[in-house]
Design a binder for this molecule. Structure first.
Ligand code: S3P
Ligand code: PEP
Length: 429
């Protein structure tokens, strides 16, 4: 789209079903584990968006053959992964910049990693330090950097400070079975490790492929050495992506249904159900169809999103229109997400007249209620962050006349966000 995106106002209550694309986190883990597996495998329901396209390109550059378009991918691992001859583009994808360098450590060669200009601001040093402890020579502390892998890696003991991202843990665990003595990984930071469900997702996906991997203490993990079995996997819809559509129902007074909601999941985004329920929306899971209905009431809340911090932008937008003061806690580390999300949310919600302040580990937001009284339209900035656009699309529903400078950055995790959004608003009345 040329020029800013006019964020559509809610046309009154609407009823829509939204097919949400596959989970970014599961797709990129499934691709990487398929690349390490003992035989070919097929991934269905895969996300096709910038983060997964980058993962696919990185693996192909290391000798993996991936065929198929859209959401079905067939992955053939090579007899041995080789170092990529050209720099691997990580874009702004945490799952590429934190998961692929450990994979490169298995190649015995040299791999260079590059990315978007702002990628160099995202924390990466702990994972690179972990690779040094395994015997790699690493040049750089962030993107761009180069990993020089030895013929034989060391281990198993590795210590990292993972208080800035659970992905440091997941990236190392994913390759742990391929280390000669497995991996004994220990978090040594003073802060806790965020996004625990994402670590569970990593462990569960390893175990379903025959790898023995588990917690060995409150902040430590053990992966036994051994093979990775090929597994055909169906990817769940991305529940964090789903949250923006479900939140639209809570704000509009209509309803949104997301089919394919898993009965049991390791996706942190599942927590949106509890958040919306606490705020006063009706949330119903009927078989695998999750429906959220707006009730005309939106209560402020005090919520700790440490385990599901990806939800912060959407929850912050909801809190802007809730009754009373809301507090979001436990998310200091999202200052290192695609952008400093606490600063960006404070600035952009204030731009429409919202009363928002950063705290040490989150946000305090004084809501206007669903009448959005005192708010006014504004030209909102996206900071190249897909989830800032999600928050701003929600703001635009109730503050008529807002624009967003770069809706295209939503392609990080949803290829056609603006179409899905307007189709949803065109739903039945
Ligand atoms: O492993 C993963 O797939 C992810 C882990 C989380 O990262 P952090 O622990 O850095 O928050 C999450 O926010 C990110 O979107 C995806
Ligand atoms: C933090 C996020 O992404 P990444 O995987 O790039 O860290 C996110 O999608 O909210």
């Amino acid at each position: 789209m040329d020029g800013p995106w006019p964020a559509p106002a809610a046309p009154g209550p609407f009823h829509a079903t939204v097919e949400v694309p596959g989970s970014k986190s599961e797709t990129n883990r499934a691709l990487l584990l398929a690349a390490l597996a003992d035989a070919p495998s097929t991934i269905t329901g895969a996300l096709e968006a910038r983060d997964t396209v980058l993962m696919r390109a990185a693996l192909e550059a290391m000798g993996v053959r991936i065929t198929g378009e859209g959401s079905t991918l067939h992955v053939e691992p090579p007899a041995r992964l080789h170092a990529a001859t050209e720099p691997v583009d990580c874009g702004l994808a945490g799952t590429v910049m934190r998961f692929v360098p450990p994979l490169a450590a298995l190649t015995g060669g040299r791999t260079r990693f590059v990315g978007d200009p702002v990628a160099s601001e995202r924390p990466l040093a702990p994972v690179l330090d972990g690779l040094r402890q395994l015997g790699c020579r690493v040049n750089g502390e962030a993107i761009p950097c180069t990993v020089d892998a030895p013929e034989a890696l060391g281990g198993p003991h590795v210590e990292v400070d993972a208080s800035a991202s659970s992905q440091f843990v997941s990236g190392l665990l994913l390759v742990g079975a391929r280390l000669p003595q497995g991996l004994d990984l220990h978090h040594v930071g003073t802060g806790g490790v965020p996004s625990r469900p994402h670590i569970e997702m990593t462990l569960e996906m390893l175990r379903s492929r025959g790898v023995r991997a588990d917690w060995s203490g409150p902040a430590s993990w053990r992966v036994e050495p051994g093979g990775v079995r090929a597994l055909d996997q169906r990817i769940e819809p991305d529940l964090t992506s789903a949250s923006v559509f479900l939140a639209a129902a809570a704000l509009s007074g209509g309803s949104v249904t997301v089919p394919g909601w898993p009965g049991r999941t390791t996706q942190g985004g599942d927590a949106i159900r509890e958040v919306l329920t606490r705020m006063g929306a009706e949330v119903a899971l009927d078989g695998d169809a999750l429906t959220v209905r707006g009730t005309g009431t939106l209560n402020g809340l005090d919520v700790d999103l440490h385990a599901s911090s990806e939800l912060t932008p959407v929850v912050a937008a909801l809190c802007l229109f809730a009754d009373g003061v809301s507090t979001i806690r436990g998310v200091a580390h999202i200052r290192g997400h695609e952008t400093d999300r606490l600063a960006a949310l404070e600035a952009e919600l204030a731009r429409v007249g919202g009363s928002v302040e950063q705290t040490e580990d989150g946000l305090r937001i004084t809501g206007t209620g669903l009448a959005a009284e005192g708010l006014h339209p504004a030209a909102l900035l996206s900071y190249a962050d897909h989830r800032m656009v999600h928050a701003e699309a929600l703001v635009g529903l109730l503050v008529d006349g807002c624009t967003v400078d770069d809706v295209a950055c939503t392609s990080k995790t949803i290829n056609n966000f603006d179409t899905l959004w307007s189709d949803m608003l065109d739903g039945e009345r």
